[in-house]
Design a protein around this ligand. Sequence first.
Ligand code: NDP
Length: 482
Amino acid sequence: MDPVLNYIDGEFVAAQSGETLDTINPATGEVITTLPRSRSEDVGTATSAAMKAAPAWSATPISERIRWLHRLADALMEEHETIAHLESMDTGKPISLARRVDASRSVANFRFYAEFGEQHSDPTFSDHGAVNHVHRSPIGCVGLITPWNLPLYLLTWKVAPALLMGNTIVAKPSELTPLTAHHLAGIMQRIGFPNGVFNLVHGLGPEVGQAIVEHPKIRAISFTGGTATGKIVAATAAPMFKKISLELGGKNATVVLDDAPLEKIMDDVVRASFTNSGQVCLCGSRILVHSSIYEPFKQQFIKAVEGIVVGDPSNESTTMGSVISKDHQQKVESYIRLGREEGGKVLSGGTASDSPVDGVHPNGAFLRPTVFEGLSHTSRTACEEIFGPVVTLHPFDDDDEAVTMANATEYGLAGSIWTGDAQRGHAFGQRLDTGIVWVNTWLNRDLRTPFGGVKQSGVGREGGAWSLNFFSELTNICVLEP
Ligand code: NDP
């Protein structure tokens, strides 16, 4: 495969230092290609290009920007299969998942914001004889920093509203997964998207990401990634009074109430646990089950988990691929060992040597879905974000106890509640300290709704009008007729 390059001012260019990094297929350990190891000078060039393009792009009528979003959605749709293939190769996720989630949602992000922009209007307020008009201006050049778990999905989730609101962009995808961002840049070049409006700089977080956050001309940072990195981003950006949106880690509870119809919900609870090898910030990794149904739940859950087909991501029948890297595999395995040290019992799965996956590449980063029981809900295994295919089961005796257990982590991103009574689930959901609650469903996303976390899961909300507000400056113009 051709090397990945930076995309600056409509041109593909190497890092100014000429240095490169390898991008690796985690399912085989093989090098796919190289990417630039960029540094602050490359961020500087990209930011200058974005600043140069800003006046024309911000002056482009919103109707024309909306047409561009539709064109990007159309072009991504034409490349749907290629994108799914690239994402599967770069992340180790099953091709079927990459099609259904990554490729489809990347199209949907552009389409959604195009349509949302067509329908959106800001209110006016009349009082004291005057009329208040809300005026939106672009921020200028914005920095977008995204992780490896849903590479193009999360990048386009930021790119689309940023473009709609008239901003220009300097973006950095994770250095582990640069392929689809590079492909998006190729699409932009092919369809004649204006030069300098979207710029992509590849490289390491502490080098490129940090340089984006530090750059004085980049006035807003939208960051999705881990909580530890989010703290660095916040500490760097806050003294410069940049706008920041932080979508960070999670340790989400899946709460199964005593009236939950087990057979009906089981496939969804398993999906909430292990989609993308548990590497979705919204996955439910702490499963709290009412003690009266704990044993039947456990039996049915383990049976369903053992039906997950772990294997070569390019196989159509595979339902769980590798994790993102050998390093990450080792991190997840260290938590499996910790879980045992903390007194937990592995009901299914384990480390790669406990429970090897047959028929996969020997250098692939494969793990089986792992289920623990017997751990305290305050144990490290049950409270720290593992971001892999590991869940812990915990019985509870009443709703109050379940709420206490669900809220007992530093995170507060999402949660799901499973019950035969939707109203009960709705009321229960209001007691969870999280940004998102699903009742009898999971990852059911209406893109108009607010998305984001509380506590250490982040600051701010994305989605619908919340993204438009983040990516624009609002001026209230109060007009009194003379
Ligand atoms: P990281 O925090 O390690 O990285 C996220 C991005 O930040 C990457 O592009 C990374 O670059 C970059 N980065 C690293 N250091 C810096 C720095 N000093 N300044 C600026 N940018 C930097 O997260 P992961 O990629 O490991 O992603 C997994 C995490 O993301 C999990 O914690 C998960 O919960 C969270 N996440 C949250 C979501 C949400 O919506 N709340 C959604 C998806 C994931 P590089 O990769 O090159 O180091």
